[in-house]
Every structure is written in structure tokens, then in C-alpha cells.
Design a binder for this molecule. Structure first.
Ligand code: NAP
Ligand code: MG
Length: 404
């Protein structure tokens, strides 16, 4: 078979530990035999980030802006223990944080469903996609402990010298204090990304905050969404028969649990952080979750939602067999390849991405899987394999689909 050609590049960001091992296997067995892979390679493995004083992460982020499509392997976010383990010059920042700051935008996470893995919530039949705003709020907050008696104030000094000042609290004892912010421009791009994604995937969009309590902050989110919806998307939504609605976050939680799934749930940064773990766990496993960052100017970064699976890596280093699930990392590649194909009007590339995903699902539905899924499996007794055997089984299925 002749290999599929690629016109433009995908930005490839390699990573750490077990996922770096899977990355190599996926390329060797599932991509390179079939596609003339055209990537711009950035090694975001921790040793190379340290060598380059983390410049490589910034360069990779800029490259995504140039090529519009990137695929990223999971990476270590260093803490004190990692500084020691890798003898780092510095406790480098989270690469995901650095790249999000360059691209801005929204992270969409959706579970991959299997017929024999039943969601913990009985009535969920279709995926629930969480759209998480990836900028500001508590992630860019300023906070400190209040040592004792005194007045806390919220002050803003305008460029022209106008000052707003409000008392937050007259402390009579020690306590805590936190200042948060967001920007209209970032909330607007969050809204555009969500409406656009709903149109692309033809799903309803739900948005929820706590504007009854947060009468300025959360209210701003609500109003910006409403305004952008009415001005730019209402007609398109109506013609597609999809719906946008806003509700309070506590009402949304109740509705989500009662629902069948099959919609996008847009969340502020913190809500999205928490709710995406809740939703993915209830659907089965983080290893069965797709994740894409969509920036307001139409750049796409695909990744797995899980980390570098450190515990499995240490076993692998000792020569022990590991059964790490590569599905989320394979779907990061198929997502990037499909998007590259769509942007370049390269139908064979899109078709390859579809078949790669179908091969994964076919292998799983046929009962061959990694250990993590076997424990959730409710069908006939599954065949449990190690990571490499699993990837080889997917390859066999992929070859069958490509021949057909
Ligand atoms: P993790 O790598 O997601 O793994 C946590 C546990 O979840 C694993 O020990 C494993 O459970 C299970 N698991 C996750 N992915 C799996 C897979 N593909 N197949 C099978 N089981 C899987 O999270 P972590 O251990 O908290 O973090 C490890 C490193 O990853 C940290 O250095 C962190 O900074 C980094 N991290 C990176 C990203 C990212 O780049 N996007 C995200 C999160 C964390 P069992 O051990 O029980 O089998
Ligand atoms: Mg989280």
C-alpha cells in the first residue's frame, strides 16, 4: 500500500515516562507504516525542557500558532520531588499552562464510550463533553493569609487615576484573602469556541455559573455568552435544531445527572477542572477521554487527559510488564491527523484518522484490552494484554480496515 501523504505539518510534542514509551510504539506500529508523517518535532520531555530553560515549550506553543494543529504527549509538571529526581535547574512551570497561555481558548473533553463499560450514572447513554475555560480565575489568583485584625479592601486604579475601593471585610481575627480576575476578551473567546464547537459537533450547549451570588463576576460570563449567542449564533443554532441555554451551576448538576448525555457543558475554569474528573470517572476511565484545546483564532492542540502514568513507568524500568492504556494518546493523534486532513482538504488523511479510531474501538469491542478496562468490563470474559500486544492487535484491525 502506498503511504498517505501530508501537505502541512502537525506540531508533535513528545513527553515523559510511560506515555513517552507509548508515543514511540504508536508512531512505529500505527502511524509510520501507513502515513508519510510530516511533523515538526519538539521534545517536551523534562530533561530537554531543563536543558533549554523551558524555551522548547514556548517554541512549541508558537509553532502551533503557525501550523494550527498540534499533538502533545503527557508531560511531568515538576514539583519539589521531581526537581530532586531529575536534578533540575528550576521548578519549571506546567507545560500545559505555558501552552494555554500562548494559545488562549477552551479545553473540550469527551469520554470514549464502549458498549460493555456501563457509566456509573445509569441513564447516561451518550458522551457528555466538558468545555473548560482555560484562562484566569483561581488559576491566576492572588492570595494570602491575613495575619490578624485589620481591614481588607479591593482597589482598582484606572489609567486615568480613577480609584475604585471597597471594603471586603473588617477582620477581627486572622483569616484568608483571595483576589481573582478574568478579562472580557478571554470570556468572549471562550464563548466563541463553545458555540463554534457546538455547531461543529451538532450538539446542544449548556452553560452554568453562580450569577445569583456572584452578581458582577459570574453575571459578566452569563451576559457575554447571551450577547454573543444572539448576535452571532442564534440563527445557525436554530437552523441546525440545536439549543443553547444558561442555568445555575447547581441546577446544571442536577440536570446532568438526570440526562441521557449528548451535549456540551461549558464550565468556568475551576468548575471544568472538577466536573471533568467527575464526568470522566463516572463514564469509566481517564484513559478513555479525549481532550482538545481550541483557541479563538482556530488553532487545535490534541492531548490525552491523563498524566505520564508514573507508577507504570517505574515498573517498566524494572523490566516488569505493564498494561497501560494507550487509547487516549492514540485518539490525540487521530484527532490531530483528522483536523490536519480537514484543514488541508486531504480526504485520505481524514479517512485514515476515522479508521484508526474504528480499529481501536473494534479491538476493544472484540474483547481485547488493557488491565484498567478489564476491571470495568461487563461483557464476556475479556482478553487482557500488555501495552505492546494491545497496540499490535489494533494494528491488525487497522490493516484489515485499510484493505477493505
Ligand atoms: P496519571 O499519570 O494520570 O496516573 C494516575 C493513575 O491513573 C495511574 O497510576 C493509573 O492507575 C491510572 N492511569 C492513568 N492513565 C492511565 C492509562 N493510560 N492506562 C492505565 N491506567 C492509567 O496521574 P499522576 O500519577 O497523578 O501523575 C503522573 C505525572 O503526570 C505527574 O508528574 C503529573 O505532573 C503529570 N500529569 C501530566 C498531565 C498532562 O501532561 N496533561 C496531566 C496530569 C498529570 P494505577 O496505577 O492504579 O494502574
Ligand atoms: Mg483536575
Amino acid at each position: 500500500m502506498e503511504k498517505i501523504k501530508m501537505k502541512n505539518k502537525i506540531v508533535e510534542m513528545d513527553g515523559d515516562e510511560m506515555t513517552r514509551i507509548l508515543w514511540r510504539m504508536i508512531k512505529d506500529e500505527l502511524l509510520l507504516p501507513f502515513v508519510e508523517l510530516n511533523t515538526e518535532y519538539y521534545d517536551l520531555g523534562l530533561p530537554h525542557r531543563d536543558e533549554t530553560d523551558d524555551q522548547v515549550t514556548v517554541d512549541a506553543g508558537q509553532a502551533i500558532k503557525k501550523w494550527r494543529v498540534g499533538v502533545k504527549c503527557a508531560t511531568i509538571t515538576p514539583n519539589a520531588q521531581r526537581v530532586e529526581e531529575y536534578k533540575l535547574k528550576k521548578m519549571w512551570k506546567s507545560p500545559n499552562g505555558t501552552i494555554r497561555a500562548i494559545l488562549d481558548g477552551t479545553v473540550f473533553r469527551a469520554p470514549i464510550l464502549l458498549s460493555n463499560v456501563k457509566p456509573a450514572v445509569r441513564n447516561w447513554k451518550k458522551p457528555i463533553t466538558i468545555a473548560r475555560h482555560a484562562y484566569g480565575d483561581v488559576y491566576k489568583g492572588t492570595e494570602y493569609r491575613v495575619p490578624g485584625k485589620g481591614k481588607a479592601e479591593l482597589a482598582f486604579t484606572g489609567e486615568d487615576g480613577t480609584v475604585f475601593r471597597e471594603t471586603i471585610y473588617d477582620f477581627e481575627c486572622p483569616g484568608v484573602l483571595q483576589g481573582l480576575y478574568n478579562k472580557d476578551s478571554s470570556i468572549e473567546s471562550f464563548a466563541h469556541s463553545c458555540f463554534q464547537y457546538a455547531i461543529d459537533t451538532r450538539q446542544d450547549l449548556w452553560f452554568a455559573t453562580k450569577d445569583t451570588i456572584s452578581k458582577q463576576y459570574d453575571q459578566t460570563f452569563k451576559l457575554i455568552f447571551q450577547d454573543i449567542y444572539e448576535k452571532n449564533y442564534k440563527t445557525k443554532f436554530e437552523s441546525l435544531g440545536i439549543e443553547y441555554f444558561y442555568t445555575l451551576i447547581d441546577d446544571a448538576v442536577a440536570r446532568v445527572i438526570r440526562s441521557e448525555g449528548g451535549y456540551i457543558w461549558a464550565c468556568k475554569n475551576y468548575d471544568g477542572d472538577v466536573m471533568s474528573d467527575m464526568v470522566s470517572t463516572a463514564f469509566g476511565s481517564l484513559a478513555m477521554m479525549t481532550s482538545v484545546l481550541v483557541s479563538p483564532d482556530g488553532n487545535y492542540e490534541y492531548e490525552a487527559a491523563h498524566g505520564t502514568v508514573t507508577r507504570h513507568y517505574y515498573k517498566y524500568l524494572k523490566g516488569e510488564e505493564t498494561s497501560t492504556n494507550p487509547i487516549a494518546t492514540i485518539f490525540a493523534w487521530s484527532g490531530a491527523i483528522r483536523k490536519r486532513g480537514e484543514l488541508d482538504a486531504n480526504a485520505p488523511l481524514v479517512d485514515f484518522a476515522d479508521k484508526l479510531e474504528a480499529a481501536c474501538l473494534g479491538t476493544l469491542e472484540g474483547g481485547t484490552m488493557t488491565k484498567d478496562l478489564a476491571s470495568l468490563w461487563e461483557g464476556p470474559k475479556p482478553t487482557v494484554v500488555n501495552s505492546h500486544e494491545f497496540i499490535l492487535a489494533i494494528r491488525a484491525e487497522l490493516e484489515r480496515l485499510l484493505d477493505a
